[in-house]
Every structure is written in C-alpha cells, then in structure tokens.
Design a protein around this ligand. Structure first.
Ligand code: ADP
Ligand code: MG
Length: 632
C-alpha cells in the first residue's frame, strides 16, 4: 500500500464542510441573515423569498451597514465584529458570534451584498459566486444592508437534491421568520413569498399582539400570562390553557435571552406542568422568554445555536415547572378546560358559539341519518359527487331498515387485559318496536345509553360496553373512506360562500392543497389577503362551522410529518372530519340513533378501536361474567 499523504484541505473544501453544518436548507440561510440584521440594530427587516427560498432569499435591513473596507471580511470565515477573545464567548449578547454564516452561504450560492453605513455617502455592492469574490462597485442605496442569495446549493448537487417541495421549504422558512419575529416584537418585519405578502408586522408594545399576529385571536384569548423572577433569572411570557394543544411540540417557543432554542429538559418540565390536563399525545403551547445572565449558559455547542448548555439546568427545570404549577393552582383551568373541543358536546359547543341548541341537535340528527343512510347512498343509484345531493332539512329521524353483511362474521376482540373475549355479531336479530324511552337512560331494542356516553348492548355471547363517540367516529371514517373511493361523497354547496380568515402560512397550506381538499368535497378559493372562501364541504359535516373545519384541516396539513404522502394526508383529514362529525360524549341519543350506531358496528373491521387507537368497546364474555359472579 502506498504511504497515505496527509494534506491540508483547501479553503474551499474546508468552507464547504463548514457550510454543510450551518446551511442545511433555505430556512437556515433565512435564519442567519435575519439574525445578522437584528445584530446590526435594524428597526425594520424585509424578507423576500421565491420558490420556498430555492430561487431567491433577500433580506433588507436599515441597520448599521458594512463599510467598503470591511465588506470582504464579512464573508471571510471566522471573521466577526461580535467577539474578540475566548472570554467573550461567555458574555455573548448578540445572536451571531461564530463569523461563519456569510462565509458558508457565499460558498454554496450566488450571494450579492449591497450595504451602506450611515457615515458613507454611497453604498457598495459586491458579488460572491461559490466562494469566489467578484469586484466591488459603488451603488446608490439607503443606509443598511441588503443580502440576496440565489441558486442555493448550485455547486453542491447532493444538497440540492435533498431540497423538498416549495411548500415544505417555505414552511421551514416561515418557521425561521416566526422564531425571530416572536423574539423581536419591537422590530417591523415583513415576509413576502412569490410576490404575496405573508406577514407585515409593525412593531408592537405588547408581546401578546405579536403572538396573535402569527397564531390568531382565538389563541390570544387562551393565553395565560407568566411572570416570575427568582434571583437573576426571569421567566415571562404566556402558556396556553388546555383548550389549546397540538399533536406535536412545535408550538413551544422558548426564547433564551432573545434567542430561540430547543431544550429537552425544559420541554419536559412544560409537559409535566400539564400532566393530567391534556390527553396523552397532546402537547401544550407556550411562548416563554427566559432571561438569565449570559455566563450561566454556553451557546457555543451547536452549529446553528439551536441548542445551548446551561450551567444549572436543574434549577431552570424547577423554576419552569414550579412557576407553571403555581400559576395553574390560581387559575380556573376547569372553566377553561370545559370547552375542550374533542369531548365537548354539540349542545355545549352550540351554546358557546351563540347558536340555537335545538338547531345543533337537528344537525346531529342529520349526521346520524347520514350514518344510517349508508346502504342507500352506496347503491348503484347513489349520489355521485358531481350530482351533489343536498342534506334534507326536515326534522324527525327516518332510519331505513338495516341489513348487516355477514352479521355473524367474528370480529377480533379488543378491551382491557382482563376483559378480552371473542365477540360475534348478533346475526339476524329481529327488530322489535322501540320501547318508550324511560328514565335517565335512552334505550333501544339493541342497547341502552348510560351517562350520555356509553352504549351497553348484549349478545348471545356476553355484554359489550361501547364508547359512543369513538364508535361513531370509526363508522363515519370507514363510510367516508368508502364513499370517497367510490366517488359518492355527498357535498353541501353553500349558498353564500363563507370567508375564512387565517394566518398566511395556513392560507398557503390550504390553497396549495386545493385538489386534495376537493377530493373530500371541500372547495376553497383564494379571496385575497389571508382570506379563503369555502364554497362547499362534505354534507356529513353540517354541524361544523366551516371556519373551524378549515383551521382543523390546516393542523393536519402542516402536521408533524415532513412531506406526508397525499394518501396519508387524506387519511388524516378523514380521521379529523370523522372526529368532528361524530356524536360527542355528553350527547343524549334517541333510541333510533342508538340502534343505528349499534347496527353499523358490525360492518367494519376493527370497530373495537377508534381512529385514535383508543378502545371503542369493552367486551365481557358470558364466561367472564359467570366467573366474576362466581357461577363457575
Ligand atoms: P457573525 O454573525 O457570527 O459575526 P456572519 O458571517 O453572519 O458572522 O457575519 C460576519 C460579519 O458581517 C458580522 O460580524 C457583521 O459585522 C457583518 N454583517 C453581516 N450581516 C450584516 C448586516 N446585515 N448588517 C451589518 N453588518 C453585517
Ligand atoms: Mg451571523
């Protein structure tokens, strides 16, 4: 073997390696450029992006500018104006200090810089292509700096191939923008994508206003202020009450001395504070600023400075947990939590929304009729999507006779560990006239409703207790899926399309998924600004306010998964819609409704679990009952 030769890497290769660490995708460029503008003392920062940042990222600020002599240094690696000595590393007051960002960006893109300090009469312009510095020219520009990054990763094809769809990249860009705009409420910040203004955020005095600008007034109302100081550590900001939660922890904004960070320990403390207040798998929302002396934290442990190391992380954990626990003790969370959307009954929701409860009741009956009408709509003469059947508005249930397919097909049993048993369908049970509804429990020939929550039914083999919401949700989900596949989903066309106001990223997510939503019978169109018009939606969702529906859909569309497959998205949307449309715990059911639900449960596989994976039913076999009652 030849003796290996050790060589110093060329600056270009070194810089590419360094660039790989800092610049992962367009949003990393956005983060670095915005941070530089903040550090430059700008009062206004404008961000313009094309094609999710893959074509163009432009950041303009009115900050201190860079002088002509200094400009080449700005893009040199390990060159910074922010620190000088190693000790300074532990006194960092600025967002940047590594002196690497511009070097890395210019290495893997076409970078153009125009800048003018207040002391200079004219500005200076400089181009850098793949690390190669071009000439400098004087140019006429206002005081401040404009950085333009084009053709990102043009010379690193592997990185370029890793770029995802415009929508995904734009999602990351928006997130970078959001993090900095949340941390800098006193700056005027704008974001434009493909000539559309997504955000125009004037400076605000109250932090809450900036949060609302991003996440809407409904969230604003759910915010609980936090303000606590212990020694030289201050924690302030907001957490959201338990009515607001997400399926992931991305709405937990933690700002450390003005810098957005992720910290597992503090996220854990947040989760602990909400223990018992949220369903499992749900995450609280938080907007918290932690102000601590700079020497108590090492920010130099992560190339993008997203993670930091605290000298006393346990102390911060206990401050966060303690502060939130105290706050929750003195806040009436039960009153707030009572309107939790998933468990809330149609009636409660209607009352809260100022609707007529009897109207809501009627809507529910219509959804239930939709559930029961399955065989009619799925037949050869079923209503096709194009022919748009309209939901009847007459009241009074009319349930068609029910014919189970293969009613004696065994269904795998679910239930708790001690309760498992084989459950068999009831076969061709004869339907007797419903007895008059008596006492606090509704009963039908097929079962009994208890606590407005559970259905109890017996069969030859034993006793089954069913969660009415979970079962209905499961049935609707299966029906929706079948009808969508068969093109027989009924849609409700609105006489007057309903405008729905959303945040800009929500609006783009909805509009970019128009085709997908159309498959579900939801027609949306742009209406200018951040408003979209809903002109039709699935008939089964008559009891859902279109605005609510759209916002829930958005949560799915910009969900935790990166680049979900369209089929997965459709599936999540179907789950969400079924959950919305299903009867809720707390809804009183008419005997016909009980029969409808119980009848339909044999039609689908695994009706023992709702789409969330919770059990829908507990099954007590005859043998189990006999054993419990010590008969055997
Ligand atoms: P760092 O931010 O870690 O210092 P950068 O590579 O991001 O490193 O920037 C290098 C230097 O260029 C900064 O220290 C700063 O002096 C200058 N600079 C970068 N962007 C701007 C800007 N928008 N306005 C003024 N100066 C800037
Ligand atoms: Mg920087």
């Amino acid at each position: 073997m030849d003796q290996p030769v050790i060589r110093k890497l060329s600056t270009g290769v070194v810089n590419k390696i360094a660039a790989g660490e800092v610049i992962e995708r367009p949003s990393s460029v956005v983060k670095e450029l915005l941070e530089n503008s903040v550090d430059a003392g700008a009062a206004r920062i404008d961000l313009t992006v094309r094609q999710g940042g893959t074509e163009l990222i432009r950041v303009s600020d009115d900050g201190c500018g860079i002088s002509a002599e200094q400009l080449p240094l700005a893009i040199a690696s390990h060159a910074t104006s922010k620190i000088q000595t190693a000790d300074d590393l532990f006194q960092v007051q600025s967002l940047g200090f590594r002196g690497e960002a511009l070097a890395s960006i210019s290495e893997v893109s076409h970078l153009s810089i125009r800048s003018r300090p207040a002391s200079a009469d004219a500005g200076i312009e400089m181009e850098v292509v793949g690390g190669r510095v071009g000439d400098q020219h004087p140019c006429g520009v206002p005081v401040g700096t404009t950085m333009e990054v084009r053709n990102l990763f043009f010379n690193t094809p592997v990185r370029r191939r890793f770029l995802r769809t415009t929508q995904t990249e734009m999602g990351h860009v928006t997130e970078s923008f959001t993090r900095i705009a949340l941390a800098q409420p006193n700056l005027h910040m704008t974001l434009r994508h493909n000539d559309r203004v997504m955000y125009d955020l004037p400076p605000v005095d109250r932090w809450r206003d900036r949060i609302v600008a991003f996440f809407g007034a409904a969230l604003g109302e759910a915010l609980i202020p936090i303000d606590s100081t212990r020694g030289d550590i201050t924690l302030r900001g907001y957490v959201a009450d338990p009515t607001q939660s997400r399926g992931n922890n991305r709405m937990q904004y933690l700002l450390l001395n003005g810098r957005y960070i992720r910290d597992r320990s503090l996220q854990h403390a947040l989760g602990e504070a909400y223990r018992g207040l949220l369903l499992t798998g749900r995450y609280p929302l938080a907007f918290l600023q932690l102000v601590i002396p700079p020497e108590m934290v090492d920010v130099n442990v992560h190339p993008a400075k997203l993670e930091v190391r605290f000298t006393d992380s346990r102390q911060l954990y206990s401050i966060l947990l303690g502060t939130l626990r105290n706050k929750f003790l003195t806040t009436d969370l039960t009153a707030r939590a009572a309107v939790d959307s998933e468990e809330e009954s149609v009636r409660e929701r209607a009352v809260r929304a100022g609707h007529d409860p009897s109207e809501a009741q009627r809507h529910r009956q219509e959804t239930m009729r939709w559930t029961a009408n399955r065989s009619a709509a799925d037949g050869p003469n079923g209503d096709a999507l194009s022919s748009e059947s309209v939901v009847p508005t007459t009241t009074g249930p009319s349930v068609p006779p029910f014919r189970p397919f293969g009613g004696d097909r065994p269904i795998p049993a679910g239930g708790g560990p001690e309760l498992s048993a084989e459950y068999h369908g009831t076969g061709d049970a004869t339907v007797r006239p419903d007895p008059p509804h008596s006492g606090p429990h509704a009963r039908s020939a097929r079962g009994l409703q208890v606590q407005n929550r559970y259905l109890v039914t017996d069969s030859d083999d034993g006793l089954t207790i069913i969660d009415q919401h979970a079962l209905h949700e499961r049935i609707l989900y299966e029906q929706l899926k079948q009808r969508m596949a068969a093109g027989t989903l009924e849609i409700q066309r609105l006489l007057v399309p309903e405008p729905v106001n959303m945040t800009p990223p929500e609006t783009s997510a909805v509009l970019e998924n128009r085709d997908l939503l159309a498959q579900l019978g939801i027609a949306v169109e742009p209406f200018g600004g951040d408003t979209v018009l809903v002109s039709s939606y699935p008939a089964m969702l008559v009891n859902v306010v279109p605005g609510d529906l759209l916002r829930q859909l958005v949560e799915v569309l910009i969900g935790p998964e990166r680049d979900p497959q369209p089929s997965d998205l459709v599936d999540s949307l179907l789950h969400m819609m079924s959950c919305k449309a299903a009867v809720k715990a707390g809804d009183f059911l008419a005997p016909e409704e009980i029969s409808t639900l119980l009848d339909q449960r044999h039609l689908f596989h695994d009706t023992h679990h709702c789409p969330h994976g919770r059990p829908t039913a507990l099954v007590f076999s005859n043998a189990e009952l006999d054993k419990q009652f010590k008969r055997i």
